[in-house]
Design a protein around this ligand. Structure first.
Ligand SMILES: Cc1ncc(COP(=O)(O)O)c(C=O)c1O
Length: 354
């Protein structure tokens, strides 16, 4: 059990901050007349400000993930959670955050916007993490560590037993970004938040939950950490429309689970198909809804697929990703088309023999 006091990590100005108190914060009950928020009184479905605490949505999330309401923070996508964590804990130009490389690009961008250095620990060439190297990278000014599992763009998972050891020994906030957890076999770290006051498990409705356009990201943590994020978030960070639509997706959870299963089985089929091409020299293990592959010439294949109307992500140029493409698993028809085009490409090149 980690005894760390996160109040020692929070920026002084955030500690002292008196948060904005909205009209909806100051009066929460029901009433006949609301003339407290300078809204247009004529009802059109969206003339009122949204619930700043997103209680109805959090009730759904709480039931879905089996986490009490007070341990849930909802952000405008996980991207907002990343930004708020950096702003709550890092003094610009002084503190730093630590992450690994390659990983999700927004840690770098958000840190940069906030004038906070991101110290990057290179993953090994097979994209596994050297935890000793991660520990060595931490300085007295490290306030946040970002760990992504399954990792984007490599698709592999971190061994959670080692992650737990790491969290125990570090005097910083640890964010585990589990955007792709529903495609993984390993269980979420959510169950560990009670043991670690410095742990935030971040998830999103953008991936398996099929709602990227709604911009709903979640942070799961102990209450003191959630309170800090609530204190500094914009009062109305999730629109009423997004809250209402997000609530609806929980009615279709069975359908989403079926889709997730289908995506996972298509991922395995795609992997099998890709083994047929000898120019695909590596297919990295994936616990996500994408596969990273290494080919003979990523730029050339990328351009070919683009010209055929199939857009994959060219990761050539990222650490250990020479000639790598990241392919999101599509519908069976989309995956068939990709395979068809790859056959065409490699046959036209007259390289492959079946
Ligand atoms: C690892 C990871 N975290 C977070 C996100 C962003 O999620 P959101 O749509 O909730 O901002 C992405 C998006 O691609 C991602 O790959």
């Amino acid at each position: 059990m980690n005894q760390i006091d996160i109040q020692n990590l929070v920026r002084q100005n955030v500690k002292k901050l008196k948060p904005y108190s909205s009209a909806r914060d100051e009066f929460k009950g029901s009433a006949d007349v609301f003339i407290d928020a300078n809204e247009n009184p004529y009802d059109n479905g969206y003339n009122r400000y949204p619930d700043p605490r997103q209680i109805k949505l959090k009730e759904k999330i709480s039931h879905w993930r089996n986490v009490p309401l007070e341990n849930i923070f909802v952000g405008n996508g996980s991207d907002e959670v990343i930004d708020l964590v950096i702003r709550a804990f890092c003094i610009p130009g002084v503190d730093n955050v630590v992450g690994f490389n390659p990983s999700y690009g927004m840690y770098d961008v958000s840190a940069g916007i906030n004038d906070v250095e991101l110290i990057k620990v290179d993953l090994k060439p097979d994209f596994t993490l050297d935890f000793e190297a991660l520990k060595r990278a931490i300085t007295s000014h490290t306030k946040v560590v970002f760990l992504c599992s399954p990792n984007n763009p490599s698709g592999n998972e971190l061994p959670y037993s080692e992650v737990i050891n790491f969290i125990e020994g570090v005097n910083a906030i640890v964010v585990i970004d589990e955007a792709y957890i529903d495609f993984a076999d390993q269980k979420s770290m959510i169950t560990k938040i009670n043991d670690h006051p410095n742990l935030i498990v971040m998830q999103t409705l953008s991936k398996a939950m099929g709602s990227a356009a709604l911009r709903i990201g979640m942070g799961f943590a102990q209450q003191p950490l959630i309170n800090i994020l609530n204190k500094i978030k914009p009062p109305y960070n999730i629109s009423s429309a997004a809250q209402a639509e997000a609530i609806k997706i929980f009615e279709n959870i069975d359908q989403l689970t079926t889709q997730t299963q289908k995506i996972k089985s298509e991922r395995e089929r795609l992997k099998m198909e890709l083994t047929r091409y000898k120019q695909v020299s590596e297919i990295f293990p994936s616990a996500a809804n994408f596969i990273l592959i290494r080919v003979d010439d990523a730029n050339k294949l990328y351009n070919f697929l683009t010209s055929e109307g199939i857009i994959v992500r060219n990761r050539h140029g990222q650490k250990h990703c020479d000639n790598c493409l990241r392919i999101t698993v599509g519908t069976p028809d989309e995956n068939d088309l990709l395979i068809y085009k790859l056959d065409e490409y490699y046959y036209a090149e007259n390289i492959v023999s079946r």
